[in-house]
Design a protein around this ligand. Sequence first.
Ligand code: ATP
Ligand code: FE2
Length: 344
Amino acid sequence: MVSKDSNSFSHNSDSSSIISIGFEGTAHTLGVGIVRDNEVLANVYDTYIPPEGGIHPRKASEHHGDVVREILDQALNNADIRIEDIDVISFSKGPGLGPCLRMVATAARSLSNYYEIPIIGVNHCLAHIEIGRLVTGLTDPVTTYVSGGNTQIIAYEGKKYRIFGETLDMGIGNAIDSLAREMGLPFPGGPKIEKLAESSNNYIKLPYSVKGMDLSFSGTMTKAINMLEDGSPKEDIAYSFQETIFSALTEVTERALSHTEKDEILLTGGVAANKRLRNMLEIMAEDQNADFKVPPSSLCIDNGAMIAHLGKIMYESGVRHDLMDTQVRQKYRTDEVDVIWRKD
Ligand code: ATP
Ligand code: FE2
């Protein structure tokens, strides 16, 4: 169990004193976060590591069910509050893996029902963006959201967070993890591939697939795995793979920036930890006179604090959900949500 707490962010100081708790569990990580105003009082999470192979949704959901009580108690303890002090309960409604979403929604609903606290189901991708805006101070960024299951380039326009580009097949993190697995490196593969890549600068050409504004990673990954089977050095493959997929991501982010005429870039999601990716985006941002920022890693990975924060601002802007509205949505799209809490 990891606990990252008590971060105060003072960019917006006009909010009321609402205490919000957020439950996250779209994939590997079960997280519970508590926020008051713009302060993170608790952010506790525990990640399911598959014993072998990729993620098994039912096994991950069982993990979430097993640890949720302990993580909740730890979060309340760290925040030094009682459940009765909470004004709103939020949870990840989607997108994500069905069994995981249902497990976490059930926990949130039971709490809401028993303690008669309002409940709000939030969009996971928007939660990444809103906590990112809060902690970086960026006001209207193009967001590059890169995780295991998600890869989207998003910007706000006309009261929606619109997807300007996205993966057509797998999430970028899943592609990296799959290559790592073929190399015998266990989950999460990202940091291990990054380390390997640091000891090579021998670029071997791999398929580069940007299709319009969209991306695809499966062809690049398959070719990299073939090269491994043919005996190319792991370091060269790791290096070439990173260079290829991160260049594609940087190209699409740059085009979204120029299309929207925005001047800020927010990088978030678990893959945002990668130094080479940050470096590429930073160089591009400098070129474009744009501000480039990345939230602290405890708020980039899947976490409960971001869910609590989005639930809080939705609640403050008048959103109310009935228990009947709290069904999970495995394919809940970023651009489905009316962003009534933004005034611009
Ligand atoms: P989501 O449900 O949003 O898709 P997730 O379960 O993939 O989330 P995250 O914590 O957002 O969870 O991201 C985990 C991913 O990030 C894994 O694929 C992991 O390999 C990748 N990752 C972590 N560190 C690095 C790194 N340094 N470089 C590249 N990838 C990384
Ligand atoms: Fe995520």
